[in-house]
Design a protein around this ligand. Structure first.
Ligand SMILES: [Zn+2]
Length: 172
């Protein structure tokens, strides 16, 4: 769940690294391992001190990490295929997930073997391969490009002050 207690952690070069909880952010700040970038939320009043509540913090040193890849879900698949049937090209909200090589024929549930298909094409293809069904894919399915920004996109609606660190384009 996305809450106000989520803090965006930036790498030293300002690239988003991950989302941490407020408690961890305060520890990182307290130890001097990170510095405040955005205070979106006001102050914490403790007994003897007043702390700023961070919204975005930045590590004072650079860390390496792998670029995250997208999970294969219906939502991500339809985004990859631009809400278009990959057989007839129809743009529709009524899309289904089609295994190019059907699962019963050993087709894997992988980006390379799944496409968005309209209900008409899905029906027509049924349990067959495209070749058997006399159908053609409009393009070869492959994994969407990995992006360092991908995991942060769901937060942007709630956290305006994060936008300048996370380019919004869904194409990333
Ligand atoms: Zn179709």
């Amino acid at each position: 769940m996305i809450t106000r207690a989520d803090v965006l952690l930036l790498n030293q070069n300002y690239e988003p690294l991950n989302v941490c909880r407020l408690r961890r952010a305060i520890v990182l700040l307290g130890k001097g391992k990170a510095e405040m970038v955005e205070n979106g939320m006001g102050y914490i009043h403790a007994v003897t001190q007043v702390f700023e509540i961070p919204s975005v913090i930045r590590l004072v040193y650079q860390v390496r990490r792998p670029i995250p890849t997208r999970r294969l879900t219906r939502r991500e698949l339809f985004l990859r295929d631009a809400h278009q049937c990959q057989y007839c090209g129809t743009k529709t909200r009524e899309l289904t997930l089609d295994h190019v090589i059907p699962r019963v024929r050993g087709g894997k549930h992988l980006w390379e073997n799944v496409v968005a298909a309209c209900t008409v094409c899905n029906h027509r293809k049924a349990g067959r391969t495209p070749k058997e069904a006399g159908m053609r894919l409009t393009r070869l399915p492959k994994p969407p490009p990995a992006s360092p920004y991908y995991p942060f996109l769901p937060y942007l609606e709630r956290r305006d002050e994060w936008r300048k660190f996370v380019p919004i384009s869904r194409k990333h």
